[in-house]
Design a protein around this ligand. Structure first.
Ligand code: 1CP
Length: 333
């Protein structure tokens, strides 16, 4: 059994496996080199030779316990025929939402568009670098995808003012998303993903009264779906105010915490395996501070099943040498 599966399934506490959100990405010169030659990000994700190669890049450098497939949560709206483009130094921009067009997409259309992602997973799975390690497949949570699909841009500050105006549209999109996210999960597992992570990057935008409709109910359906394959499911509801309620209602196998929560309260309140927490900014500070912060998380979760990770993705300006130092700290703990 892989180190991460031991932590999740056997609740082992004596090893602290590690992988990092956005471990394949812009802080790696070898990624930037490929990216420069491939200005169209969606096309890059759909090039199974390149995307499998990028997925493995961090494993060549660091002693990580998992690879996460190089793709994006917005590949699902793209598969549903909504226009998605990634603009340099700006992030994603989505086209107008056309319910009729989205409703007309069938499973074959969707799979035809996204098939290279599954091919890429299969390729990674066949590589010797992944032996006894996990291959993490992922989806965006329905709420976070809805945010991008309706808002069109990253909601860095706030959602557009009329976000909730068309209740019928929102309900219909959530139903369509559930159907296609299940297909996307199934395909990733069939091709070799051994863990599924659900990214709810914008969970923090909702107030308490909206959690049931937009997060608890739709995400529970997907968590249960992943569990039906006997594959562990990790939830990352970034910015959610009450992690304890989230875990009790949704029951993921692992909860991935962001850097705004107090890890000591998490340890007291939550029984399931925990992942993450370290602020990615700490990787921009000096080694002394990095060591202090890494040890803080390792000490707090010393007797708890814990997968080391960050509280959000690795920042593009991170020095790969610092990542190397971090991985070694965790491995030698
Ligand atoms: O070179 C570039 O400009 C592309 C940068 C980039 C990369 C490397 C984007 C654009 N996506 C990715 C890959 C990616 N995205 C991965 C796989 C690689 C890995 O983790 O190592 C994963 C898991 C994601 C997931 C993702 N995409 C999330 C959830 C996690 C999170 O960061 O909160 C979100 C919100 C996205 C949307 C997205 N895609 C890209 C950007 C810059 C964003 C975020 C924009 C925003 O802030 O709203």
């Amino acid at each position: 059994m892989s180190p991460i599966q031991k932590t999740i399934i056997n609740k082992k506490t004596t090893n602290k496996p590690i992988w990092l959100m956005r471990q394949a990405g812009r802080y790696l010169p070898e990624f930037r080199k490929i990216r420069k030659l491939n200005p169209n990000f969606i096309k890059l994700c759909l090039d199974d030779n390149l995307s499998s190669k990028i997925t493995l890049q961090p494993l060549k450098r660091f002693e990580l316990d998992a690879a996460i497939i190089f793709s994006d949560i917005l590949m699902v709206p793209y598969g549903l025929n909504q226009e998605v483009v990634f603009k340099k130094n700006f992030g994603p921009e989505l086209g107008p939402i056309n319910l009729e067009r989205i409703s007309n997409v069938n499973e074959d259309d969707f799979l035809n568009k996204l098939n290279p992602i599954y091919k890429s997973i299969k390729k990674v799975k066949e590589n010797k670098l992944i032996i006894n390690k996990d291959l993490i497949g992922f989806i965006g949570a329905p709420w976070t995808l809805l945010v991008y699909m309706i808002n069109k841009f990253s909601p860095k500050k706030d959602l557009i003012s009329d976000f909730f105006k068309d209740d019928i549209l929102i309900k219909k999109i959530l139903i369509i998303l559930e159907k296609f996210l299940k297909i996307h999960i199934k395909k990733q597992i069939e091709n070799g993903a051994t863990i599924i992570q659900i990214f709810d990057s914008w969970a923090g935008l909702l107030g308490e009264k909206d959690l049931f409709n937009y997060i608890y109910t739709p995400t529970t359906n997907l968590v249960n779906y992943v569990k039906s394959f006997n594959v562990p499911v990790v939830c990352f509801p970034r910015g959610i105010k009450n992690y304890k309620n989230f875990c009790e209602i949704i029951k993921p196998d692992v909860i991935s915490i962001d850097y705004d929560v107090n890890p000591i309260s998490i340890l007291k309140e939550i029984q399931i395996p925990v992942q993450g927490g370290l602020n990615p900014n700490v990787l921009l500070s000096d080694k002394t501070n990095l060591k202090k912060e890494v040890l803080k998380y390792l000490d707090i979760f010393k007797d708890h099943p814990y997968i080391f990770n960050l509280g959000h993705g690795v920042l593009p300006e991170t020095d790969p040498m610092k990542v190397d130092y971090l991985v070694k700290l965790v491995k030698n703990y």
